[in-house]
Design a protein around this ligand. Structure first.
Ligand code: G3P
Ligand code: MG
Length: 248
């Protein structure tokens, strides 16, 4: 079974990593989305790709320096279009509520935690606590470019299914050592430059392979023919509904 992951939600139709972008998955029958999480210095876990507010809100500066209360007045939608004025940066708790409400599954990617060890520890324990509230029918995968965060999270929550993210230039001979050390079930390599031989090697080791970010249909079909299990895409709406299925 092949899986489409709506990358940062339906991010070509709504502002990325917002509740609107995730809700649109329901309308488009996309059962999995990807999102990014990070932490504020008051311990609130939020859904955001960037560590600054500059690109996706009406403010600028560091995300980490915010407190929960500030989220109520920051606009995270008008940069995308007027239709989304008033959209907020979601908290992880709001995300979990939405997943339960719509039975949406998520790949939750852990971001930088301001490169701060205390913040990272708080994020991992907060994530564990939030996942306790997830309905049993709703699935999740935890991913990161940082294997240390994933290994720590596996200690806290051994039942979590985790994925190591690799960029083309970080996919070296040690990839398998990293995967084993983390206890990862999934490998998430970058699309750019990925070869059939690499996909076959990952599959031969028994890993599930989800590739980011794939927006061209021809490339998606090529990857699926090579045995890739899923792709992250900004344009899930362009793929046939049969591809937008629930997958393992
Ligand atoms: O999780 C896949 C992909 O989201 C990783 O890259 O930068 O879009 O978070 P990025
Ligand atoms: Mg991501």
């Amino acid at each position: 079974m092949k899986t489409l992951y709506a990358h940062r939600g339906m991010s070509s139709l709504a502002p990325e990593n917002t509740l609107s972008a995730f809700k649109l998955c329901v309308d488009h029958q996309v059962h999995w989305f990807e999102c990014d999480i990070d932490i504020l210095h008051d311990g609130t876990i939020v859904v955001s790709h960037d560590s600054t507010l500059d690109r996706c809100t009406d403010r600028s500066g560091s995300l980490f320096e915010l407190k929960r209360q500030a989220l109520d007045s920051i606009d995270a939608g008008s940069w995308f279009s007027d239709e989304f004025i008033g959209e907020r940066i979601p908290t992880l708790d709001q995300l979990i509520d939405l997943m339960n409400q719509y039975r949406l599954n998520a790949n939750i990617e852990i971001k930088s935690c301001d490169s701060n060890a205390d913040a990272a520890r708080d994020l991992l324990s907060g994530l564990d606590k939030a996942l306790e509230r997830l309905d049993s029918q709703v699935e999740y995968i935890i991913s990161s470019f940082n294997p240390m965060l994933l290994a720590e999270f596996k200690k806290i929550r051994p039942q979590a299914r985790v994925a190591c993210l690799f960029e083309t230039h970080t996919l070296n001979d040690d990839w398998h050592v990293i995967m084993q050390w983390v206890g990862a079930e999934f490998i998430h390599p970058q699309n750019q430059g990925l070869t059939r031989e690499q996909v076959q090697m990952f599959k031969a080791h028994g890993y599930k392979v989800n590739v980011w970010t794939v927006n061209a249909k021809d490339r998606a079909n090529q990857l699926f023919n090579w045995g890739v299990d899923g792709i992250f895409t900004d344009v899930a709406q362009r793929f046939p509904k049969g591809r937008r299925m629930v997958g393992k």
